[in-house]
Design a protein around this ligand. Structure first.
Ligand code: MV4
Length: 501
């Protein structure tokens, strides 16, 4: 097995991966920017290396610095987490060239699935259902007009380079088509440096249902069922769950089998996710492959009992998958809420500053994947995700109850967070009924003003925070991340015992 793995990421996901490595007896190397000197991932890793100034382009996205860090520390593999270099096929290729194992798919599969139009073509050839529309990038407006007439309005313009809703436009009428294409091209150009766009049929109020897949280096591919991720705000997921209320066993196995084939067709290995859109009539269409460990992976772990980080490491090492498709099953229900440093009462403006107090929720079936601690300063440079709260219960109703209780118990002081917003989302009658489509947030939470916590709760929180801060001051907590204390029982013993007496 690998002896040492470098984690090319930060925050909660770096902490999650470090934990997974340590559980397997693998030593870990954290890399960090100057803004992250005191970050949690630096404190919990076995070794830590500063790789540059705060901007990601000069640190977490800087390929030569990260490869150097791996060489310098003797790390045999790099886990990229999500975001940053996770889906960068050039980075995967450089790792391959340097004989450092990239814990993710091979660079060719990564290149293919990163190109929306190319993967659409490959999937159509393999009889994977795709949304009706264009399969090639053309510049000629008349081709768009003709295609839109053929498939019928409404249609959607999408960027070939794709992602995050950038360059996307819905068009209900032919007279609006040309300006929408031009606007889409402009937006795609500035977001991706690639102005090519294509057109497909617009699905109204679809659900976003994705399938987790694991593929080893020996041709075995299994799926680990679905995650329902329709609760999104401006293309950012905020709540994910499994199983999806929209699937029955038959549809689930049909979509799962399709997801498996998507990975086979792509020549994919390691963990990945196949995204589908599901329409009102339960037709499903391939959307794209997410070639990484995803933020929402814990709901799959809790319902299948499979540790996805362990499996990523094992398959990267060359092990065969330890289970076949028919040995995998879903049990119970899991829900995840993403905790962001954002102000829901101020248009979700990112919030930075010192975490004055953190009280983590606990209880049976409660998991908290966390990247922060009391006393830490949230930097402004990166994605504002702080932590994830995941619950498991025997069924969806109980899982919702557990989530509400856990959110009620959860306290973060000093910065604005999405905790109270999430509580209202989970408690909404439509959510409780499982009526979750991609228009849920805009329909019911477009103008969320929130509720003030009761004076009594605020007072209790303040007393608890004051007490906690007093305790911290008494114990002389220090945050010297760069000089790591190596724990040795001998250091705490007197000279006479060291002398063997
Ligand atoms: C669509 C669609 C409707 N019709 N494509 C948004 C991000 C991107 N990955 C795909 N997206 C969509 N593509 C067609 N043909 C609606 C969306 C969409 C969406 C999809 C999943 C989750 C949330 C969404 C929110 C708005 C739009």
């Amino acid at each position: 097995m690998f002896k040492k793995i470098l984690i090319a990421n930060r925050g909660e996901i770096a902490a999650r991966i470090i934990r997974g490595c340590q559980e397997m007896g693998i030593s870990t190397v954290a890399v960090y920017s100057e803004a992250d000197r005191r970050s949690l991932h630096v404190q919990i890793a076995d070794e830590a290396l500063c790789i540059g100034p705060p901007p990601a382009a000069e640190s977490y996205l800087h390929m030569p610095k990260i490869i150097d860090a791996a060489k310098q520390t003797g790390a045999e593999a790099i886990h990229p987490g999500y975001g940053f270099l996770a889906e960068n096929f050039e980075f995967a290729r450089r790792c391959e060239k340097e004989k450092i194992v990239f814990i993710g798919p091979n660079s060719n599969a990564l290149e293919l699935v990163g190109d929306k139009l190319r993967s659409r073509q490959a999937m159509e050839k393999a009889d994977i259902p795709i949304i009706p529309g264009m399969k090639g990038a053309v510049q000629d407006i008349s081709v768009f007009i003709e295609e839109a007439r053929k498939i019928g309005y409404p249609v959607m313009i999408k960027a070939s380079a794709g992602g995050g809703g950038k360059g996307m436009r819905v068009v209900f009428d032919e007279k609006d088509l040309t300006p929408a294409i031009e606007a889409g091209m402009r937006e795609a150009k500035s977001a991706f440096g690639d102005e090519s766009v294509y057109l497909e049929k617009y699905l109204q109020e679809p659900r976003h249902v994705e399938f987790q897949v694991l593929a080893d280096n020996h041709g075995n591919v299994v799926h680990l069922f679905e995650r329902e991720c329709s609760i999104q705000r401006r293309h950012q997921k905020i709540v994910e769950e499994t199983p999806s209320q929209a699937l029955d066993p038959e549809l689930r196995s049909k979509m799962g089998e399709t997801a498996r084939r998507v990975m086979e067709v792509s020549g994919y290995n390691n963990a990945g996710t196949v995204e589908f859109l599901l329409d009102k009539n339960k037709n499903f269409y391939f959307l794209e492959v997410n070639a990484r460990l995803q933020v929402e992976h814990p709901v799959t772990e809790l319902t299948t009992g499979v540790d996805l980080v362990h499996q990523q490491i094992l398959t990267a090492w060359g092990e065969k998958l330890p289970f076949s498709q028919d040995e995998l099953a879903q049990k119970g229900h899991a829900i995840e809420c993403r905790i962001y440093a954002e102000d829901p009462q101020n248009n979700f403006l990112p919030s930075s500053g010192k975490v004055l107090y953190l009280k983590e929720p606990r209880g049976p079936g409660v998991r908290h994947d966390c990247g922060i601690y009391s006393g830490w300063d949230v930097p402004i440079f990166y994605d504002p995700i702080l932590a994830k709260l995941i619950v498991w219960a025997e069924n969806r109703d109980v899982a919702c109850q557990k989530m509400i209780k856990a959110l009620d118990d959860y306290v973060i002081l000093g910065i604005q967070t999405t905790i109270n917003f999430l509580r209202d989302v989970i408690d909404h009658p439509r959510f409780r009924k499982g009526e979750t489509t991609t228009s849920f947030i805009p329909d019911y939470f477009g103008d969320w003003a929130g509720k003030k916590a009761s004076d009594e709760k605020n007072q209790m929180i303040l007393v608890a925070a004051a007490f906690d801060s007093f305790q911290a001051s008494q114990s002389g907590t220090n945050f010297k991340a760069e000089k790591k204390q190596v724990y040795s029982p001998w250091l705490s013993l007197g000279r006479w015992r060291l002398g063997g007496k």
